[in-house]
Design a protein around this ligand. Structure first.
Ligand code: G
Ligand code: G
Ligand code: MN
Length: 465
């Protein structure tokens, strides 16, 4: 762009010399007299940019606008039209560079026009601004300082050749110039780029540290189905028939390692991911029953574990209602297990949610009863349909007096508030017998089944006669 403008400007300067030579030659000079000299000087005065006009014949200067002694023909000139030559000053202007324009025919007659180098390098200087330009004619180069150098032979790539006259203009690709140009012109952009880079690297840093967090890992695992539900059947104490089951989460990493729920559920509760886990679980289970597509003769009760965080907003309510709509088609109903590990605060929000859940026909069980610190408070708050006896009591039921007393007290509490009792963690026939004799309504434990994939549960339900 700047090169094009420079060539245009220099072309104009040289065209003035061309003009001068045409005018001088049209004077049809024969011999050099006062009249001719005056005419030449008048042309020099009238035509811009030019410094001298000399007339040549037989390759010799015979008349000139220059006062005094006739200048000698610069060496290297031959008969040619529109020929240019850069000179490091001559005897007319010893300290100033000069661009000489020559127009001569085969007999060596014509004219020689001197253009002051000042017009050339000043034009280049004006257009150069930050990167240096220079003019090249033959093997000579004229710089914006006015300096004339013989070409080293290595030229910068960025150049433009004049189409009218035999010269080119080069743009000096000077590293230092480029940096200073960039800093000066692109100063604001640099600041913006630096700020954006800092911002992006901070963002990336946060992203990297976020990737280390459990929140990220849980979110990813949920999306990839690495956190998935299994179900443990719950059976009737009287008939041994499956009446439903408890949904329990499992996490198997890509490397095949399993992360126990005792580890990731409390973390998910503290970072809020538990809500996403709950939502995903309801969706998965509904889909599984839909795929199974079996309408059960006896109602099946599916328990989902929920945490106090699930009572913060209406997500749980929406999840339950959406799932109930699907599950009810198959004669399956929803139960929620409320753990005592973290307490659900009694406030307007939780009260409202519990009330609405009840209206939607959701069954409520108090989980891990007697192990936390909310048991009797929860009775009033949730008016549960079930109390689940924790496996710590079951484990010692045939040896520990305290466990027997605790279970007895839970049974009598259950009777008085019309609440059914489920005993968890039944592993042996002896435990089953004792708890059965005491009056427990339902059993859950390894004696019947470990938590199993939903498909296995559906198969068990088929044989459930
Ligand atoms: O069977 P298991 O060892 O997986 O259960 C460990 C604990 O994790 C249990 O106390 C159970 O209540 C809890 N848990 C399992 N799945 C869920 C779930 O989906 N939500 C909540 N809140 N707790 C769960
Ligand atoms: O806390 P919650 O009751 O929701 O969790 C039930 C837990 O008990 C699950 O981790 C489940 O795997 C485990 N569990 C279920 N049946 C048995 C059992 O018979 N013995 C033992 N030790 N654990 C059991
Ligand atoms: Mn439970």
């Amino acid at each position: 762009m700047r090169l094009t403008r420079a060539v245009k400007a220099i072309d104009i300067v040289i065209s003035h010399a061309q003009q001068a030579s045409q005018k001088a030659e049209s004077l049809k000079p024969r011999s050099c007299g006062d009249a001719l000299q005056t005419n030449l000087r008048t042309l020099v005065a009238r035509i811009p940019d030019i410094r001298s006009i000399s007339l040549i014949d037989d390759n010799k200067i015979f008349c000139s606008s220059v006062y005094g002694q006739l200048p000698s023909l610069p060496s290297g000139m031959d008969n040619a039209k529109d020929k240019l030559m850069i000179m490091n000053g001559n005897n007319i202007t010893p300290y100033r560079s000069l661009l000489v324009y020559q127009n001569a025919d085969n007999q060596g007659s014509g004219s020689l026009i001197g253009i002051d180098g000042y017009y050339i390098f000043n034009t280049l200087k004006l257009l150069s601004s930050d990167t240096t330009m220079y003019l090249k004619v033959g093997n000579k180069e004229m710089y914006i300082t006015g300096e004339v150098l013989t070409s080293s032979g290595e030229n910068d790539i960025n150049s433009k050749k004049s189409l009218e006259f035999p010269y080119s203009i080069f743009l000096k690709s000077d590293y230092k110039n480029f940096i200073s140009y960039f800093l000066r012109i692109e100063y604001a952009s640099m600041i913006v780029i630096i700020i954006i880079s800092i911002f992006l690297s901070r963002l990336y840093y946060h992203y990297l540290s976020y990737k280390q967090t459990m929140e990220y890992r849980i979110r990813n695992a949920l999306r990839e189905g690495k956190i998935f539900p299994v179900i443990q059947p719950i059976v009737s104490a009287n008939t041994g028939k499956i009446i439903g089951g408890e949904i329990l989460m499992r996490w198997t990493t890509s490397e095949g390692k399993s992360i126990p729920p005792d580890l990731f559920i409390p973390i998910a509760e503290s970072n809020g991911m538990i809500k996403s886990i709950t939502t995903k679980t309801f969706q998965t289970i509904s889909n599984d029953f839909m795929k199974n597509n079996n309408i059960y003769k006896d109602n099946i009760l599916i328990f989902f574990n929920v945490s106090s965080a699930n009572f913060d907003d209406e997500t749980l309510l929406r999840d339950c209602n959406a799932s109930a709509e699907v599950l009810n088609r198959y004669n399956v109903s929803i139960g929620l297990e409320i753990t005592e590990r973290t307490t659900v605060d009694e406030n307007d929000c939780s009260r409202h949610i519990i009330e609405e859940l009840r209206k939607s026909g959701v069954t409520i069980a108090l989980d891990d009863f007697g192990t936390g610190n909310a048991n009797y408070m929860y009775i009033k708050q949730f008016e549960p349909n079930f109390i689940k006896i924790d496996k710590t009591f079951t484990r010692k039921i045939d040896s520990d007096k305290f466990s027997i007393t605790s279970v007895q007290s839970m049974l009598s509490l259950g009777k008085s508030i019309e609440c059914k009792i489920i005993a968890e963690g039944i592993e042996t026939e002896s435990q089953r017998q004792i708890l059965y004799d005491m009056g427990v309504d339902f059993f859950q434990g390894y004696l019947y089944s470990k938590p199993v994939p939903l498909a296995d549960f559906f198969a068990k339900l088929k044989d459930n006669t």
